[in-house]
Design a protein around this ligand. Structure first.
Ligand SMILES: Cc1cc2nc3c(=O)[nH]c(=O)nc-3n(C[C@H](O)[C@H](O)[C@H](O)COP(=O)(O)O)c2cc1C
Length: 178
């Protein structure tokens, strides 16, 4: 299978990217092909809401890294969203990417891919990730994506501490299970 992993943290050696790496390791061991897109280090402009794409009938007016991502998304079987929680939601760089899905909305719906969500938060309180999970589920409903799993890592302070938890193993196993 082809899997597109979209990460949301600017911290290349941070906690969510560590889980992304573990997921990718498991998926690659299972023979899957990975395209990784680090949203915080990409040239990704904001959706202008100009509707020039007519919600998928015409190309987006921007010529940036979405051109390459678009091809990978449309050839993927699974889309994986990886993000730290910032103020009860995904990071703005990941959201900016998802907003650009508008220009391929009907094609994504038609494909009926699977999706995975991996989040990391500092707070140990589970309710903190509810709004992110709700938004993820709403996006999946809209785009007709099937949820293949959610990992919400909670109470995470550092990569060293994350390594002492079960979350890296969960991310690896999820990648391997696809
Ligand atoms: C701008 C900002 C907002 C944050 N908001 C929250 C939050 O609402 N709830 C929470 O538990 N942690 C919050 N955090 C902590 C991060 O989710 C946490 O440190 C996470 O592990 C960072 O992921 P990374 O190492 O992949 O960058 C926030 C951190 C930043 C920098």
């Amino acid at each position: 299978m082809k899997i597109t992993v979209i990460t949301g943290s600017a911290r290349k050696n941070g906690t969510s990217n560590y889980l992304a790496d573990e997921f990718i390791k498991g998926a690659m061991e299972n023979g899957h092909e990975i395209f990784r897109f680090d949203s915080a280090h990409s040239d990704m402009r904001n959706c202008l809401g100009c509707n020039a794409c007519a919600m998928g009938s015409k190309p987006c007016v921007h010529k940036d890294d979405f051109v390459e991502l678009r091809e990978n998304l449309l050839n993927s079987d699974v889309i994986v969203f990886v993000t730290p929680i910032y103020y009860f939601g995904m990071t703005s760089t990941l959201k900016k990417v998802i907003d650009r899905f508008y220009s391929i909305d009907p094609q994504l719906k038609e494909k009926q891919n699977k999706a995975v969500l991996i989040s990391v938060q500092h707070s140990p309180i589970e309710v903190v990730n509810e709004s992110l999970n709700q938004q993820y589920r709403a996006i999946l409903d809209w785009l007709k994506l099937e949820n293949a799993g959610i990992i919400n890592a909670i109470g995470i302070e550092s990569v060293e501490q994350l390594k002492q938890t079960q979350y890296p193993e969960q991310a690896y196993a999820m990648g391997k299970s696809l």
